[in-house]
Design a protein around this ligand. Structure first.
Ligand SMILES: Nc1nc2c(ncn2[C@@H]2O[C@H](COP(=O)(O)OP(=O)(O)OP(=O)(O)O)[C@@H](O)[C@H]2O)c(=O)[nH]1
Ligand SMILES: [Zn+2]
Length: 343
């Protein structure tokens, strides 16, 4: 059984302030490392805890990285603490509810490669996601060793944000952990996102010092054999934590209006100065954005991508509303059918 101090697990005054004296005396804070269908595993100062959830809480409301308060004798999660950061996405087909991806991340390494994978629009999408989650983005450009001019990629990526950290590296070299050390210190939590093949596993292995990465585990329980997802919160020798889950890997699309604005500050700061509130920043009279483009202050390509993301965002929101409507109709039909059957 491995014990970790709260500080080592990333505890901070933000979480402490959510506890009263009674909580402190009776409950144990734990950091969620695995979320199963009907139970979770948390790391704590008294070791790993296998926990079921209070009936009020569903596993969908708990994410890897969460801090919870556990009643250890009952092996039960009593309360999920407010998150410092929350990465989630809207589920497309179901209820329109959001799906939690990870909680209390400090840094998202947005990973791309110094080759054809590099795509400014895609990077902006990830940046919007990170901003929306309140997580610090760092752009990681792998395969610098296979590229003649990695600096040109770095420059393009740096242009995507004020003070944005961009790092080009060879993920297979020995110095990955050293280069990324500023974000991987004691109690800090990171995750990697990016397309397939950009080197997430390679970087993750370098950071965790081995093969700690997501594996499916076959498990036996009362209901028979089934596959569950292995541990998702991995300790790094540097003292930090890496979250690696299938959801994290599948991260891609953002429906994050706030995040989009934060990603395009030079544009979003101007739109309030347009003459019309519903300005499309196209050819409307008194458009502050077009004026800035004419003055050479804004890159028209940035505006084009800003508008594209906004459109997608609107579309995603509509889809959620529509799918809610569908779900409602469906449950009505089911009820009607059940009634008929009952007669
Ligand atoms: N030369 C070089 N090869 C790299 C670098 N990063 C990754 N690779 C190679 O690229 C291939 C894909 O890397 P992975 O780490 O598996 O990529 P991934 O992002 O985890 O891919 P998925 O598991 O599909 O999401 C592997 O063969 C790596 O060895 C790099 O910086 N330089
Ligand atoms: Zn305008």
């Amino acid at each position: 059984m491995t014990e970790f101090s709260r500080d080592a697990l990333g505890w901070s005054p933000f979480f402490m302030s959510q506890l009263d004296i009674a909580d402190l005396e009776t409950l144990t804070p734990a950091r969620i490392a695995t979320v199963h269908r009907d139970r979770v595993v948390g790391f704590s100062e008294i070791g790993n805890l296998e926990l079921t959830l209070d009936p009020e809480i569903t596993t969908a409301a708990v994410a890897v990285g969460d801090w919870v308060l556990a009643a250890t004798e009952q092996h039960r999660v009593i309360r999920v603490l407010d998150r410092k950061t929350e990465l989630s996405r809207s589920t497309e087909f179901h209820t329109g509810d959001k799906q939690l991806i990870a909680a209390n991340l400090d840094t998202l390494f947005i990973t791309s490669s110094c080759n054809n994978d590099f795509n400014v629009a895609r990077l902006e999408r990830y940046l919007a996601l990170a901003h929306d989650a309140m997580v610090t983005p760092v752009i990681l450009l792998t395969k610098a060793d296979q590229c003649e001019d990695p600096d040109s990629y770095v420059d393009q990526a740096r242009a995507l944000g004020r003070g944005l950290e961009v790092i080009a590296l060879d993920a297979k070299s020995g110095d990955v952990a050293a280069v990324l050390a500023p974000w991987c210190g004691k109690g800090q939590t990171v995750a990697l996102s990016g397309s397939s093949g950009v080197g997430k596993t390679t970087v993750a292995n370098a950071l965790t010092g081995g093969n700690a990465i997501t594996q499916d585990i076959r498990e036996d329980d009362a209901r028979g054999r089934h596959t569950t997802t292995g541990r998702s919160l991995h300790a790094m020798p540097s003292g930090g934590w890496l979250i690696d889950t299938p959801g994290m890997r599948g991260l891609g699309m953002a429906e994050a209006a706030f995040g989009i604005d934060a990603t395009f500050p030079e544009i979003s700061e101007l739109v309030t100065r347009c003459k019309f509130r519903d300005c499309d920043h196209d050819s409307e009279p008194g458009c502050a954005v077009q004026a800035a483009i004419a003055a050479g202050d804004i890159d028209p390509e940035r505006l084009r991508r800003f508008k594209k993301l906004k459109r997608e965002n609107t579309h995603a929101t509509e889809t959620i509303a529509q799918s809610r409507e569908r779900a409602k109709k469906f449950s009505k039909n089911v009820k009607r059918a059940m009634k008929k059957k009952g007669r």
